[in-house]
Design a protein around this ligand. Structure first.
Ligand code: IPT
Length: 482
């Protein structure tokens, strides 16, 4: 009897996949299931690999280079996977075809592919090795099939209609023959002549063959985008950074870089920003850049300005001419993860006494902010869109970083927040780096000079709906980041 009663109750309280209480109604636009999963990955690896890897100073081949250049001496994708696992990166996107049009798999629709390279006597298939190694290692595999194709443009019979067919065929090969594909990337670079109807036919192929595949869309593919470009390739999302945006801003990219970067609170579509940046100056591996690999500290800055600004970080780790990740790149990205774990593994507010002004209580009790669970959250009484939550620690503690998370499935609710500290619980100082903060979303991180305090106060100053917060914490940054 007891059991029978418990099951429906749990069911009533939590919605599948998101575990949301049903009495808190989502506000405005909300993410689809693909977007929620994408957000939770936080970091995705990008692998630019192809003919350009074997050319000097080339990152956007002209489509004329000989296929005989492609010859990895020791391709080992388990090695990429090992790095990703150590770095806590669950997914990787391989450039199956970059702008030069060279295909890393033996496509039946062109000769410009691995079949005509010396690698494995033309019997190799990088996409197959990639998807198999990733699945073997419990990682997600994704592909970039560049819409821009300089080799195909050189074809005397090139036309958009023919290209639409050609690309569609290749998309069917990639989406149909290699198991689950988690994201596909429609780079806007050089793709201006491709119209929305062209992308419409391609999006049908993606949705038909891989219903869970996230589409990175730009410019004329804006209507099919699950995620948008962040507006730069330097690794920073805006402040604020809303997951919503006017979709027309994506279409007219050049005039709307600011909106790509920051989103628009009253936008008409939920299309969050993906922050693509390379660990090296170039997208492809070039040995002369071995001394210019971003340091662990630089990667931490990037992490805080992307994942820590309600975005997902797409970090490029280009394999070298052997077909392996370079040791410097691997070391730095693995250390990034160690530092993230060290930093956020110790929420200094743990065990603090918590009091809120407008807390709803019950299953939404204040302590859910500190329980590290994505299945619980804090909210206020109906109609209370602002709040003050005070944490009293057992003793004063030193911290230089804070993190806050909203329940993204319930929409952008909080639109203003700040954090104060105090030594006596009476006279408060606002942490200046938190002044006027607006968006939260999946995760927001703020760093500052070390502060020592016993009392911390989170002030929710503005909202479109009652706040819904998964977590809040203060931290001391790992020594790996100093
Ligand atoms: C830029 C594209 O215009 C944009 O649509 C997106 O694909 C982006 O690349 C990805 O980084 S072009 C680049 C040279 C800034």
């Amino acid at each position: 009897m007891k059991k029978l009663f418990l099951i429906p109750l749990t069911f009533m309280l939590f919605k599948q996949n998101n575990c949301l209480a049903q009495d808190i109604i989502p506000y405005g636009l909300t993410p689809n299931a693909r977007q929620v999963e994408w957000y939770n990955q936080e970091i995705i690896a990008f692998f630019h690999f192809g003919l350009n890897t074997y050319e000097e100073f080339v990152n956007e081949g002209d489509g004329k280079a000989s296929t005989s250049l492609f010859n990895p001496t020791d391709l080992n994708i388990d090695q990429w996977a090992k790095t990703l696992k150590a770095a806590g990166i669950p997914n990787g996107i391989l450039t199956a075809k970059h702008a030069d049009g060279f295909c890393l798999w033996p496509s039946a629709y062109t000769d410009y592919n691995v079949k005509n390279s010396p690698w494995k006597n033309g019997k190799g298939d990088v996409v197959k090795e990639f998807t198999e190694a990733f699945s073997r290692n419990g990682l997600k595999a994704s592909v970039y099939l560049g819409p821009h194709d300089r080799h195909e443009h050189l074809h005397p019979e090139y036309s958009i209609a023919k290209y639409k067919q050609y690309y569609g065929n290749q998309l069917r090969e990639l989406m149909g023959n290699y198991g689950p594909i988690w994201e596909t990337w429609w780079d806007g670079a050089g793709a201006d002549e491709l119209t929305t109807p062209v992308y419409s036919s391609w999006s049908k192929i993606v949705h038909e063959l891989q219903p869970n595949c996230v589409i990175f869309g730009t410019k004329n593919s804006y209507r099919f985008a699950d995620v948008r470009w962040v507006g730069n390739e330097s690794g920073f999302a805006g402040d604020p950074c809303w997951s919503t945006i006017d979709s027309a801003s994506i279409r007219d990219e050049a005039a709307n870089i600011k909106y790509l970067n920051q989103g628009e609170l009253d936008g008409d579509a939920y299309i969050p920003a993906e922050t693509d940046v390379s660990i090296r100056p170039s997208w492809f591996y070039h040995q002369e850049e071995d001394k210019m690999v971003k340091t662990t500290k630089e990667l931490w800055d990037i992490y805080c300005q992307s994942v820590g600004r309600n975005s997902v970080l797409l970090l490029n780790l280009p394999p070298d001419r052997r077909g392996q990740l370079s040791p410097i790149d691997s070391t730095n990205v693995v250390q990034l993860r160690q530092g993230i774990n060290e930093t956020f593994g110790n929420n200094l507010l743990k065990g603090a006494q918590i009091k809120s002004k407008n807390g709803r209580g019950g299953q939404y009790v204040e302590t859910t902010l500190l329980d590290n669970s994505t299945e619980t959250f804090y909210t206020t009484k109906d109609k209370q869109t602002t709040d003050e939550i005070t944490f009293t620690m057992s003793d004063k503690k030193e911290f230089d970083c804070l993190m806050i998370q909203e329940v993204i499935q319930l929409g952008h609710r909080t639109t203003g927040w700040e954090v104060d500290y105090s030594q006596d619980g009476k006279r408060w100082t606002t942490i200046s780096e938190t002044k006027g903060r607006q968006s939260i979303g999946h995760k927001w991180i703020v760093r500052f000079e070390p502060i020592e305090a016993k009392y911390i106060r989170l002030r929710i100053t503005k909202g479109q709906a009652t706040p819904a917060l998964h977590s809040f914490g203060i931290y001391k940054q790992s020594l790996l980041f100093t």
